[in-house]
Design a protein around this ligand. Structure first.
Ligand code: FAD
Length: 376
């Protein structure tokens, strides 16, 4: 393109920016994608890729459910390297309290049209023979699935480029200006709409955006086909994900299409370095072995860390910035941004095009934060 003028400039080609780019391009907007590093190389490369319907709040449910339906719609188009696997989730109960939570979740999901199945101890053992004996049961959610997120981000970017999007990879946005962005090499890009989808880096470009880094660790094993059939998550995971201050660890394991097992996960606030913390990894693995004793005999290949972009109310920020007329935010997706990227893109574009979205947008609007401050 001779002139650097576009309808929309998307900052960051993680899965959220990539999904927003393709959705804008589908609307016929001319799009520029600016990525400082590599496509899908931020939190998107660090995440587990569990496409999961969650029920912490009605708003979280609405966005995860809607997004999962959008993933289902495109599942046949996803290239092989996205490794989409319809393995379902089992939420595991170790005691009566967690079994009560299974029943609560069953009602919540069924009332809202999500297919779920309560497993007793025996059917849980049949579903996952490597689980230890003595577990009480679980909740199977067959519609959940997994993908390999960096390739999904690349797929979205390729689709946007096929619709004419301009790609500025390896070029960082230095500043968001009144009418676009200025890159670190001095290039200016003008655009009617600027989308800050820079994940945990978004506050650096838009000061005041209330997003904090929440560090996580993951471990991947060698290939052990058939060791596991579902993504397994302990119900205690919810306590870990809910805690806003503590350093926490919970059992969460995913079978990859390659036969590898992806083991998570930890959550830490206030730790900005990317170092692997062996104490945390040991706690994580010990927890996993409590559920799957045979895991202790398997070999791990790699351990890494990444940063979730966390907001105070655990919902993403999707919509116009309070003060900058052209700026939209699509950030703050914490531990659900792979899942909710598709829904985020639709909600963002509905706002840009001034159309009604498929689900109510109010819970995700950035303005809710400023309203909360005003009422505090
Ligand atoms: C351990 C862990 C496990 C997770 N598991 C899951 C899961 O199972 N399911 C799920 O749904 N989610 C999961 N998540 C969350 C998910 O990974 C994130 O929510 C999601 O990847 C966020 O995508 P994003 O595009 O917003 O951010 P990112 O992927 O971080 O992308 C932001 C991009 O912006 C770029 N950027 C930054 N600054 C600039 C700049 N100045 N100029 C240009 N580009 C810039 C970065 O280079 C980066 O590529 C997990 C996260 C972690 C850490």
């Amino acid at each position: 393109m001779a002139s650097n003028t576009y309808d929309a400039v998307i900052i960051g080609a993680g899965i959220v920016g990539a999904a927003c780019a393709v959705e804008c391009a589908r609307e016929g907007l001319s799009v520029a994608i600016v990525e400082a590093g590599i496509i899908g190389g931020g939190a998107t490369a660090a995440g587990m890729g569990h496409l999961v319907v969650m029920d912490d709040s009605e708003a979280q449910f609405a966005l995860t459910r809607y997004s999962q339906q959008l993933w289902h719609q495109i599942s046949d188009e996803l290239p092989r390297e996205v490794e989409h696997e319809a393995c379902g989730t089992i939420w595991i109960a170790v005691d009566d309290e967690e079994m009560a939570e299974v029943k609560r979740k069953e009602k919540f999901y069924s009332d809202r049209g999500v297919r779920v199945e309560v497993l007793d101890a025996q059917s849980l053992a049949e579903a996952e023979p490597n689980l230890r004996l003595g577990l009480l049961g679980g909740l199977r959610v067959p519609g959940d699935s997994v993908i390999y997120p960096p390739c999904a981000a690349q797929f979205f970017v390729d689709q946007a480029v096929a619709r004419g999007a301009g790609l500025f990879v390896g070029q960082a946005v230095e500043t968001i200006t009144a009418d676009g962005v200025r890159l670190r090499d001095g290039t200016s890009i003008s655009a009617g709409v600027i989308v800050n989808s820079a994940g945990s880096w978004s506050p650096l470009l838009t000061p005041g955006v209330d997003v904090k880094k929440r560090k996580g660790h993951l471990v991947i094993t060698d290939r052990y086909p058939n060791f596991l059939r579902h993504q397994l998550v302990e119900l205690g995971y919810l306590k870990s994900a809910h805690s806003l201050t503590a350093e926490s660890v919970a059992f969460n394991i995913q079978p990859r299409k390659t036969g590898q097992l992806l083991i998570g996960s930890s959550r830490q606030f206030g730790v900005d370095d990317t170092n692997v913390d062996t104490k945390i990894v040991t706690r994580m693995l010990d927890r996993a072995i409590e559920y799957l004793p045979a895991l202790g005999k398997l070999s791990s290949l790699r351990t890494w860390t990444g940063f979730r972009a966390a907001t105070p109310d655990k919902l993403p920020l999707i919509g116009p910035h309070a003060e900058h007329r052209r700026l939209y935010l699509a950030t703050g997706h914490e531990g659900l941004g792979i899942t909710t990227s598709t829904g985020t893109a639709k909600l963002l574009v509905a706002q840009i095009m001034n159309r009604q979205a498929a689900i109510p947008i109010a819970p995700y609007l950035p303005s809710r934060m400023t309203q909360e401050l005003a009422h505090a």
